[in-house]
Design a protein around this ligand. Sequence first.
Ligand SMILES: *Cc1c(COP(=O)(O)O)cnc(C)c1O
Length: 459
Amino acid sequence: MTSSRQFTDADRALFGNRFLTAEVPTKTFPESGMSAVEAMRLVGEDIALEGDPARNLATFVTTWMEPEAQRIIAENLHRNFIDHAEYPRTAEIEQRCIRMLADLFHAPGETTGARTQGSSEAIMLGGLSLKWNWRKRRKAEGGSTESPNLVFGGDVHVVWEKFCRYFDVEPRIVPLQPGKYTIGPEDVEPHVDENTIGVAAVLGTTFTGHKDDIGGINDLLLRIKSERGIDVPLHVDGASGGFVWPFLYPDTAWDFRLEQVRSINVSGHKFGLVYPGIGWLVFRETADLNHDLVFEENYLGKTDATFTLNFSTGSAMVLAQYYNLVRYGRAGYTYIMQNMQANAQLLAEKLQAMGQFELIGDGDEQLPLVAFQLAEKHSYDEFDIAWQLSAERGWMVPAYTLPPDAQDVTIMRALVKETMSREHVDTLARDIEEACKTLEAKGGAHESERQQIITGPGH
Ligand SMILES: *Cc1c(COP(=O)(O)O)cnc(C)c1O
């Protein structure tokens, strides 16, 4: 028989936390509060059940920063970024970051840009500027401004379709094909006309980590400009690639070295190596930002120009981005990117040596990741492997199908991040091999297990 001593709230406050046994508030606004310690433990215990970010090979987003950077973040959480009048140094640091990125992307002269919550906000703002500039061009030539369209491939992030729906632009989407997961000039050409506000090309797709043929699309747009007199701007979605290509493939021109590239977005919280959420939008020249989108406002006695979708937001990640830029410089980013790529290469070699996998587009310029698929049909598929790896070892390696018309292609993808050491690569490779053996023996995962797998390419 267990003894059942009665405890009071005072005992609970002294020895622990009443949510060890009581139900937690989840539905209604709590009547009474709780102590700070209890609230902290309550949240901590909930989060403890979540996936371990160190094993999250599904996300492009930063899962580790240096202790010194974490300290800057922790010490600046109370600063509102938008209060430029009160925090002018933060505003200056934002401008420094924009200038450094413009330099990294080979902007020819003076330029402008914006700090954003991530690439999604940057793309919304960049897309709006494309639309406003197009309308101005059309009005000047006396054409209709009724039906704007935007051309991009099926390999883009969902945010591009979102932009089109939210801001009433017709999406002209080039479908993918089995074996062809990026787009080039031949795909774009049939869709471009005088109502095209721009072409969006991806540098480092979420699906396989490759880039569209940005150089080829630039050449096409130059030809269209000289032959048909239609000046269609090119926006590069460098959410992931914007912080990878300049360091791994510095000789590849995808940025402002190409004349039609008028704007670029990049996620600071992906390979910029900052925690979420920070993104950047950089224009080629000041004139590429349509000035009607900039609000001059008088706030707290000072005139300020803003170009954002949101207003208040934290300063901490801007400061953390600046910390990374000055801390690493080109040398540091190159060192980190090369290590990640070397480990990705090693994982790729190990997967290939197992015999049952095929790599997707290895040898081409790619983000530091491994995209792979089963070389032939087995009693189990990629989704089963993803489930087995997660259930048995806690690795989050997603399996997903590609967008139309390559929807019958299933692939898996493992991001190889800064924290993915050689030892982790060896362990992951062994765990994948082990997972395949287990699945072979039991003939695939059960239907109930398959419901729990991570699908979708992550972000
Ligand atoms: C991640 C990603 C986005 C969205 O970026 P967020 O920073 O998550 O808003 C857009 N495009 C591409 C290519 C991406 O990889």
